[in-house]
Write a new protein. Structure first.
Length: 266
């Protein structure tokens, strides 16, 4: 009986030795035994780093936000009454166009300036995201790797959004002044304030739904929507990496995202 047990142990050791020996070859130990959590974490960080860099480049291009319907900044909800005022003015015969035209022009200029601020901010986003990616700790790396096409971006978003808001808002404030968002906001408010008394002469509606003065926290709005847009772009970049990891030069991306662990989606 003891002899049989000894033979079994020897066979087991020989099998393990053979596996380790094969692992030293081209296929590697990890391919036979699976990736380590550390390698998975490194792969995820590298992928997010790549996604953030690419997203920053896409968002910072001219019209990167403005011409992308997924992330384009519209008027903040506090300014939505301006659109209603413009539309009501269009319905007034003869005089309506004289009221709606300045409003339409001011809306267009202001909307463009909002998106230019987001685009300018996106160009400065990568270092902020880089710090968040480098500092993140993933204890369930395999779950994130197998969690779906955007699991890594979603994880980063849930863990870092508040910190990114705090770090990113000064950048957005700077960009707001640089692209003259405040200037166009004042033009918009002026056009609205000019239109209101004229409309009240022609239309009988409940004006209680319309503010006497426009008020919006522009830095917070641009910051929030810029970060949202960056994560949308990053999500798309992560999907590209998962779909074609061999298309990237990074060895760790190829190794992790082309592994059986990555392909064994939960």
């Amino acid at each position: 009986m003891k002899k049989r047990i000894t033979l079994v142990l020897i066979f087991g050791l020989l099998t393990l030795f053979t596996a380790l020996h094969v692992g030293c070859g081209k296929e590697g130990i990890l391919q036979s035994l699976g990736l380590s959590n550390g390698e998975i974490t490194d792969g995820l960080r590298t992928a997010l780093d790549t996604a953030a860099r690419n997203a920053s480049g896409l968002g910072s291009k001219v019209d990167g936000f403005l011409k992308n319907e997924l992330i384009r900044l519209a008027l903040p909800k506090e300014l939505q009454p301006v659109l209603k005022v413009r539309d009501m003015a269009k319905g007034i015969p003869i005089f309506g166009s004289g009221i709606s035209a300045p409003l339409s022009s001011a809306i267009d200029k202001f909307t463009i300036s909002l998106n230019r601020a987001a685009e300018a901010s996106a160009g400065k986003a990568f270092p902020v995201f880089k710090n968040a990616i480098t500092g993140m700790s993933i204890t369930d790396g395999l779950g994130i790797l197998q969690g779906g096409d955007t699991a890594a971006t979603h994880y980063l978003r849930t863990k870092t959004t508040q910190g990114l808001m705090e770090a990113f808002q000064p950048v957005c404030k700077e960009m707001i002044e640089q692209v003259e968002v405040t200037k166009y906001y004042k033009e918009l408010a002026g056009a609205y304030n000019t239109a209101m008394p004229l409309l009240k002469q022609y239309l009988r509606v409940d004006w209680n739904d319309f503010p006497d003065q426009l008020n919006a926290d522009l830095p917070s709005y641009v910051t929030e929507r810029s970060i949202h847009g960056m994560f949308v772009l990053m999500r798309g970049e992560e999907q590209k990496i998962r779909e074609n990891p061999l298309g990237y030069a990074s060895d760790i991306i190829q190794k992790v995202f082309n592994s059986k662990e990555a392909k064994a989606k939960q």
